[in-house]
Ligand binder design. Structure first.
Ligand SMILES: [Mg+2]
Ligand SMILES: [Zn+2]
Length: 189
């Protein structure tokens, strides 16, 4: 079984966290962080809520165009997503994939052999990303980029029943924490 890092898009790999994917520019450290996971045999799985699609504000075509652009940019830095899952729905669509619901993780687990309790959800929004981590029994790492700071303070009440496993300045620091954990797992004291 493999460890996976389920990584949010907006606000986590780039962008501000609230806007749709088309305005997302990768943070300067995102390629390096993802490559480090790739090099250490950790599955890197993108999980993104894109309700702009259901609302008719973003086309699938524009979504895939941007996704392919991001993949190319990562490829130039020798980094890759092993898979990317997207929920296009709004709450009213009553789907089972909009984070913090677990549909995207269920899909990933039907393709890859994932050890969820030794896996991570990394994201900037407590009420979707950290609650999702809790729902699947994985470790949630809240990043303080995107809406992370607001989520930790003004909006803490929206996910008050859940504690993040770790709070990281950004995606790169989150990956450093994962590397530390894995080192400790391999050499028990
Ligand atoms: Mg986000
Ligand atoms: Zn959905």
């Amino acid at each position: 079984m493999k460890t996976a890092a389920f990584i949010d898009f907006q606000g986590t790999i780039g962008g501000k966290g609230t806007d749709d994917i088309t305005s997302l520019d990768l943070f300067p450290f995102s390629g390096k962080a993802i490559r480090r996971l790739n090099d250490n045999d950790i599955l890197v799985i993108g999980i993104t809520n894109q309700s702009h699609i259901s609302k008719g504000e973003l086309s699938w075509d524009a979504y895939y165009k941007k996704l392919n652009f991001l993949k190319k940019e990562l490829h130039l830095q020798k980094a890759r997503f092993d898979a990317v899952y997207c929920c296009p729905h709004t709450r009213n669509d009553r789907c089972n994939c909009k984070k913090p619901l677990t549909g995207m993780i269920d899909s990933a687990c039907s393709v890859f052999d994932i050890d969820l309790k030794n896996s991570y959800v990394i994201g900037d929004m407590g009420m979707s990303d950290m609650v999702l981590a809790n729902n699947i029994g994985a470790m949630g790492i809240l990043v303080l980029t995107g809406v992370g700071k607001g989520s930790l303070h003004e909006y803490r009440h929206t996910w008050k029943d859940v504690e993040p496993y770790y709070i990281a300045e950004n995606l790169y620091c989150a990956v450093e924490k994962i590397m530390d954990d894995i080192k400790n797992r391999e050499t028990p004291v």
